[in-house]
Design a protein around this ligand. Structure first.
Ligand SMILES: [Zn+2]
Length: 521
């Protein structure tokens, strides 16, 4: 039986299927109804397909995979570079994250985060959310509706955090996590597009029983894990003080069964040799966050050493420690960090080459997130998660191409001078979902029944309230909740232990209007 091919793409195809390998070829690629890639081999297949032919200075590239980004910190992207990690958390980060108990705010910001990262070509992101379950569920819904693959992690943090932004106990943290896991299991039962990820914020913000419980949650639900490790010297000293019976920062996680083949460890700047060995043994992966490491003056991670040890490495923007969710900037900073380190340590091998950097941003990310067989490069049988990159003069970006430029040069010029205007099309799982050439008619195919419609066309307070009500209903219908939702004032209170007095929550001019609306529907 002849298989039906839905779309045939014809054009330059560039990818890095393995570390250090760069493939540039003229290709004809078929995307089947089952949304995987097949290379078209005979003409009769063309009869049933739409054919997309790229323009001369356009090429296909795998979608970027950002393995470490804090969605609720997005409003802070671009400022706050004056403090080291622990003080930065206190001054900038905890205040913004704690405001996500307000779902209106979460919807507005998370919509922006997902559409912005898509515009930069991020087709798969591993997000830290705040500690709030409803806002985290909303982020999951947004990613699912807008078509971005995502891991969504509600932060687990029950100690050494400000009173207004701290879970009251291990038990409540686990309960809140279970609610999110149940909600997301209904949203995407196969976890093909969105999956929960267990997210102990970092060792200092979790008690020992919570660390242990997080390891158990991941094992019981077969879920990935993400956390921070060895980012900054002050943080490492704090971990040593808090866990004196453990050999190292890595040993803290290992002891609590948090190092698995599906664990993403962000930063890893100061790992000792023994820690590297443990991480290798457990097959956990690293998210290298060079922009954030530079901004917060945390340090320079020696990625060559980790790669030489056989550890899986990927790239993260780490917004808002990193100042932009643009993965091209993460690639540039990874290049510069490795070159600076090569010069400081007088070892030219430490410098990462362009094919290696591009691998970290694509296939490397897929491997770290445990999805290397599905996405990250263009191989037969994989999903079509692809960008159409346009470097023609029509894009009016600083990527200026001349006749003598080779494709290697063009690729490098795009990496170092390009921006979102060069991202013409963003495809996830065989569907066009974003990019400068993506028209409204294209996105309407995606069943955008939730957030985008809400944000683009329905802006009245009544419509907002209706949306909130839908979210609440979806929660109460699908999950047995220990009365963690309270709608009497038209707003959501995610955790009963978070009823600290806050002006934002108590004096809310629209609350009366909402209450009336909720009652009348
Ligand atoms: Zn981070």
């Amino acid at each position: 039986m002849v298989q039906v091919i839905d779309i045939i793409f014809v054009g330059k195809l560039i990818h890095t299927p393995s570390l250090g390998t760069l493939e540039i070829e003229d290709a004809t690629v078929g995307v089947h109804q089952d949304e995987t890639i097949r290379f078209a081999k005979s003409h009769h297949m063309l009869k049933n397909a739409e054919v997309h032919v790229l323009k001369p200075l356009q090429f296909f590239f795998p979608g970027f995979i950002d393995t470490h980004i804090h969605a609720p910190q997005y409003p802070n992207a671009g400022f706050g570079i004056d403090l080291p990690l622990l003080k930065w958390l206190e001054k900038y980060t905890f205040p913004i994250e704690s405001s996500f108990r307000n779902l209106d705010r979460a919807l507005e910001i998370y919509y922006r985060v997902v559409t912005r990262t898509l515009s930069y070509g991020t087709t798969f992101a591993s997000y830290f959310s705040s500690l709030h379950t409803p806002a985290s569920a909303l982020l999951a819904e947004l990613c699912f509706s807008l078509g971005q693959r995502a891991y969504i992690g509600k932060c687990n943090m029950n100690t050494l955090s400000p009173a207004h932004y701290c879970e009251k106990s291990c038990k409540s943290s686990v309960e809140a996590t279970n609610v999110l896991v149940s909600f997301m299991s209904q949203l995407d039962p196969n976890r093909k597009f969105v999956s929960p990820i267990i997210t102990p914020r970092f060792a200092p913000s979790c008690t020992k029983d919570l660390l242990k419980a997080c390891g158990e949650l991941a094992a019981n639900h077969d879920l990935p894990i993400q956390t921070h490790i060895s980012e900054n010297l002050g943080e490492i000293a704090l971990v040593r003080e808090l866990f004196p019976d453990r050999k190292s920062y890595t040993d803290v996680y290992d002891h609590h069964s948090l190092l698995t083949p599906k664990t993403v460890l962000a930063h890893a700047v100061y790992l000792e040799d023994e820690e590297i060995e443990t991480i290798y043994k457990r097959q956990s992966g690293i998210s290298h966050c060079p922009t954030s490491n530079a901004v917060l003056a945390s340090g320079m991670a020696n990625i060559r050493k980790l790669l030489d040890a056989g550890i899986k490495v990927s790239l993260g923007t780490d917004v808002s420690g990193g100042y932009t969710p643009n993965m091209l900037v993460a690639i540039r900073q990874a290049a510069l960090t490795s070159r600076s380190l090569a010069s400081v340590l007088r070892d030219s091998r430490i410098a990462l080459e362009l094919p290696e950097l591009l691998y970290l941003a694509t296939q490397g990310g897929a491997e770290v997130l445990g999805r290397g067989h599905e996405v990250g490069s263009f191989e037969e049988g994989k999903a079509w998660d692809a960008l159409v990159v346009d470097v023609s003069s029509e894009t009016n970006t600083p990527v200026d191409i001349y006749e003598r430029d080779t494709w290697e040069n063009i690729l490098s010029k795009w990496v170092f001078n390009g921006d979102d205007r060069n991202v013409a099309q963003v495809w996830v799982n065989g569907k066009l979902i974003a990019g400068t050439e993506c028209k409204i008619e294209d996105t309407s195919l995606l069943n955008l029944n939730l957030a985008s419609i809400y944000m683009n066309t329905l802006t009245s307070p009544e419509k907002k309230s209706l949306r909130l009500q839908e979210i609440l209903e979806s929660f109460t219908k699908t999950i047995t909740l220990p009365v963690t939702q309270c709608v009497s004032d038209g707003k959501v209170h995610a955790e009963p232990w978070k009823h600290s007095v806050e002006r934002e929550d108590t004096i809310e001019p629209k609350s009366f209007e909402r209450k009336q609306f909720l009652r009348s529907t």
